[in-house]
Design a protein around this ligand. Structure first.
Ligand code: ADP
Ligand code: ASP
Ligand code: MG
Length: 405
């Protein structure tokens, strides 16, 4: 008898009929003798709809109130799901983040999980109930509701699986696994049977939203096996496992893209010790994550600094940077949201030279200009103009030999 945490994403619980269908599947698993804990997202589109409503009322919504609003979507699906299970004669209880509780820090909109109590969940399981946990939400020590960042239900699921010592965490979604690239923009994408935590973490952090990055971080840290699969066809999906459990070593495992990028350039920055800190400290104090940074040395003792941040933080970052630019005597701060990041990922790159130059060559042959580059042991990322995103992804996918058939 296994303990399985099953997480269903927004498109899998998009309406009452789908919720009833999933209740059937969960009950069938339970009938086989396993204990099941369910984690749910909001119905697809709901979280976006809430954010849109908030902006109609307050253009830059108060972060505490926005979290109260955003957490509402998961309250709806968990209660409906528990009703669906009960209607079929089985026992289920919904749990919101604060009821469990799922303790988080107080970074509204991107809170980190600090602790999850297992008491109520274990008691529910013991009494034959299927606990139905609201994904994406938690509570601060002062009792404020928080959310974990978009796509955060995956993180709730893996974290719950870890604290309950589950045998596996299953992530049910609208595709039947992790593909070599987003199957919705590249019809030739191939399903990957097994992928390492490291590669999955890079792919998630570089835009493959099929798994939230923090869910993969948790899974890797605690060795929790994750199975990404479809809630529409119940076949085997993709297993996310330790690297040494994978036999086949390929050079490039996947291509990712992210349109969630913006860049800011500060020109004629005095080239003194401490300048980078005075620019980036206030940005990190505002909880904005800087990704790539380029500093160009000029002939004089002035320098230009360019960096990328998530697009949603652009207005706030620009406000901070303009203030800092004035303080440090830099010339201007300018920005641009029309960019995207395309990346190739693969543990096989560790031992191979020439992968980066091949990537640059492919982009050049398609007339795509590279604006910024960053590399790590197992990935290469290029920032390009957003309008070339799909062209770049398809070209890289084909020329690195990932196309199907
Ligand atoms: P859910 O609502 O179930 O959490 P998401 O929309 O967050 O689902 O994630 C699933 C989506 O991720 C897919 O529909 C697909 O478009 C996208 N995606 C991006 N990259 C990949 C990839 N490499 N493999 C599979 N899906 C991907
Ligand atoms: N409902 C949240 C979102 O749309 C969390 C999730 O779906 O994982 O981001
Ligand atoms: Mg998701």
């Amino acid at each position: 008898m296994a303990l399985i945490v099953q997480k269903y994403g927004g498109s899998s619980v998009a309406n009452c009929d789908l919720i009833k269908g999933i209740a059937d599947h969960v009950i069938a698993c339970k009938r086989q003798g396993d204990d099941i804990v369910v984690v749910l997202s909001a119905m697809s589109g709901e979280t976006d709809r809430f954010i849109d409503m908030a902006r109609q009322v307050q253009p830059r919504p108060d972060s505490r109130e926005l979290d109260v609003l955003m957490a509402a979507g998961e309250q709806i699906t968990t209660s409906l799901f528990a009703m669906a299970v009960r209607e079929k004669g089985f026992k289920a209880t919904s749990f919101l983040g604060y009821q469990i509780p799922i303790d988080t820090d107080s970074a509204h909109g991107k809170a980190r999980i600090l602790d999850i109590s297992t008491k109520k969940l274990n008691a529910a399981i013991k009494s034959g109930h299927i606990p139905v946990v609201a994904g994406f939400q938690g509570v601060t020590p002062r009792g404020n509701i928080t959310t974990l960042g978009r796509g955060g239900s995956d993180t709730t699921a893996v974290a719950v699986a870890v604290v309950l010592n589950a045998d596996i965490c299953e992530i049910y979604t609208d595709v039947d696994g992790v593909y070599t690239t987003d199957p919705h923009i590249c019809p030739n994408a191939r399903k990957i049977d097994r992928i390492s935590y490291e590669e999955m973490m890079e792919m998630a952090s570089l835009g493959a939203k099929v798994l939230d990055i923090r869910s993969v971080e948790f899974a890797m840290r605690y060795g929790m096996p994750v199975h990404v699969r479809s809630s529409f066809i119940y076949n085997t999906g993709t297993h996310v496992v330790k690297e040494d459990e994978i036999m086949e070593q390929v050079l490039v495992s996947g291509v990712t893209y992210s349109r969630n990028e913006a860049r800011i350039t500060i020109t004629k920055v005095p080239d003194n010790p401490g300048i980078a800190a005075s620019i980036f400290n206030p940005i990190s104090d505002a909880n904005i994550v800087v990704d790539m940074i380029i500093q160009n040395t000029r002939a004089s003792d002035l320098t230009d600094m360019t960096f990328t941040i998530p697009r949603r933080d652009y207005d706030q970052a620009m406000e901070i940077v303009k203030k800092v630019a004035k303080q440090i005597g830099a010339e201007t701060a300018a920005g641009d949201c029309g960019i995207a990041k395309v990346s190739i990922v693969g543990v096989g790159m560790r031992n191979h030279a020439g992968v980066a130059s091949k990537m640059f060559d492919i982009l050049a042959r398609h007339g795509i200009n590279i604006l910024m580059i960053s590399t790590s042991e197992i990935k290469i990322s290029c920032v390009i103009e957003e309008k070339y995103t799909e062209l770049a992804v398809r070209a890289l996918h084909e020329e690195f030999g990932l196309d199907n058939g």
